[in-house]
Write a protein that binds this ligand. Sequence first.
Ligand SMILES: [Zn+2]
Length: 352
Amino acid sequence: MKKPVILLTVLILVILMTVPGFAANGQYYSGYWGVTSNALIAVNGKVLTLERNPVIIEGRILVPARTTFQVLGVTTEWYSSSGVVKMVKGNKAVKMTVGSKVAHSGGSVKYMEAPPILVNGTVMVPMRFVAETFGENVGWDAKNEMAYIGNKPAEIPSRSGLKSNRTYKVVIDAGHGGSQSGAVYGGVKEKDLNLDIAKRLNTLLKAEGIKTYMTREKDITVGLYTRSDLANKEKADLFVSIHNNAGNSKTSGSMTLYHPDSGKKKGNLTAYEFAQIVQKNLNKTLGSKNMGVIQRPNLAVLRTTNMPAVIAEIGYMSNSAELAKLKTDSYRQKAAEALRDAVIESLEKMYK
Ligand SMILES: [Zn+2]
């Protein structure tokens, strides 16, 4: 009876790893269709900070090879000219090729359900296949959307200052979407930049143990009141709306918008203070020009949310230098990190 149990477990994992919550914008990776995932990855009881999100291909989760497996003492060798990735620990080794489902390990040929892929210079490998090659167990924690190798983390870590016994709730709102592109410059649509930063922020906040809600996880049209309704219904602590700006081609920098109503205070934090903290972190982390913290009484998502809420205008798409930055993964990642730091600082102040 052992085999059916294993098969069932695998089946459940495959189903869980392909639920719509995971799906984002799909694309081809090394010849295979895949979607990025917000799942947390943990090894030996610790949640990892990965340089890029996992990718799901054919129901299998792929993770950055080096960062994920070095924790287990596995060394990764990458031969870019041949596309070969070799992973070694002690007397165990596996040799794979980007875009190929055939692996060589222990003198035999093995078949993987998803191939290793190369994403902007990062080699990503099928997590379960590689872990099992090195004799490690892989598990799935559906509640926290977390795949783990070895021990499951006892708790999702939080930074000092946030209390582990409190559930912090943050709504992340990717501006525009679907039929509403927002600003469009040089073929780049604001809605896509906003969603990418929102997804990165979601991953970072979840890694801090913060409960997150996204108003959209893909390219769909969402009404403004639907966005604020979600935050009010869930009694969120904070509402962060992510946008990018447009204006004069010479203008650049970050700007944060808030509603002046003092009733939008929660705990020790007003909307204005939240906006100041967001603006400070954007300027500091991005090195962007300070375009100010601006009162906007008439914007629907700010007016109709009951908690401290901001619209973070990360940069100006109408400025060619800033647009070039916004087009890079690293700048959008930094923007997400700035927002994460701002959220944590604000939650600490709220509940001090
Ligand atoms: Zn916008």
